[in-house]
Design a protein around this ligand. Structure first.
Ligand code: FES
Length: 104
């Protein structure tokens, strides 16, 4: 059964920015908010060399890694061509301003 866990409020996430969910012994999760208030959750780890995607710049539905500027699709975690690689993405839903994730 899918178990949703409330992690923060929409208002906690800056527009075109991200909030980090720290996890003991696991990869941190970055929750991104686009300019039009869509939300996405990815592992906070670039598929290139592990850069912190939460510190990148969100534009449209992608984020530019702050280390070497790879662009990562927020919906899938896939690097945009010509780069190749994928970071984990996490199911997310929003209800009445509260953000929920499915955590392993
Ligand atoms: S670590 Fe992200 S582009 Fe290199």
């Amino acid at each position: 059964m899918t178990e949703w866990k409330a992690v923060c409020q929409l208002a906690d996430i800056p527009a075109q920015g991200a909030r980090v969910l720290k996890r003991e012994g696991k990869v941190d999760i970055a929750i991104f908010r686009t300019a039009d208030d869509q939300l996405f959750a990815l592992h906070d780890k670039c598929p290139h060399k592990g850069g912190p995607l939460s510190q990148g710049i969100v534009s449209g539905r992608s984020v530019a890694c702050p280390l070497h500027n790879w662009h990562i699709d927020l919906a899938t975690g896939q690097a945009c061509a010509p780069d190749e690689g994928c970071t984990g993405h996490i199911a997310l839903k929003q209800e009445a301003g509260t953000v929920f994730l499915v955590l392993d």
